[in-house]
Design a protein around this ligand. Structure first.
Ligand code: HEC
Length: 135
């Protein structure tokens, strides 16, 4: 009886361990595939971003104050804005025209690229400044 119990828990542990190792191996492969495709997405997005750089800057920091900075913006936010422009839910001055003909995958690629640009932000104390108070 004691022998039987020891045997069962031992083989159970063995199976559990094997399960974990297999699970880990699969998870590693899935993770590698995912990060490879994320890198590809960013690379494709970088290529398309040439069409955006005239207004939004090569690095997503716009040279004109009339154009928003998009570097380091959240991926989900960027993608939603691009989709909204494309299907007319968001009305812009030029964006609808710019995005005409781009596929959903291309919008994802662009979003992934601009979201991946690292930015650093300093506190501006904007509320203390006269020129941005709106008065
Ligand atoms: C001719 C100038 C121009 C080009 C080219 C252009 N944009 Fe824009 N973009 C703008 C302006 C101006 C706005 C502000 C909204 C508006 O007036 O349409 C804007 C807004 C945006 C926004 C919304 C930002 C926010 O904070 O909500 C995103 C995202 C964006 N552009 C992405 C892109 C991408 C990606 C490309 C390239 C495929 C691109 N833009 C090309 C001028 C441009």
């Amino acid at each position: 009886m004691l022998y039987c119990q020891t045997f069962t828990s031992r083989s159970l542990r063995f199976y559990l361990m094997r399960f974990c190792i297999r699970y880990l191996a699969i998870a590693t492969v899935v993770l590698r595939i995912c990060s490879a495709s994320a890198a590809q997405e960013r690379a494709r997005g970088a290529a398309i971003s040439v069409e955006c750089s005239m207004c939004h800057g090569a690095d997503g920091i716009a040279p004109s104050e009339e154009v928003p900075n998009i570097a380091g913006q959240h991926y989900a936010y960027l993608l939603r804005q691009l989709e909204n422009y494309q299907d007319g839910r968001r009305v812009g001055t030029i964006m609808q025209e710019v995005l005409r003909g781009l596929s959903r995958q291309q919008l994802k690629d662009i979003s992934a690229y601009f979201a991946s640009i690292p930015i650093s932000v300093e506190r501006t104390h904007a509320g203390d400044r006269d020129d941005v108070s709106g008065k």
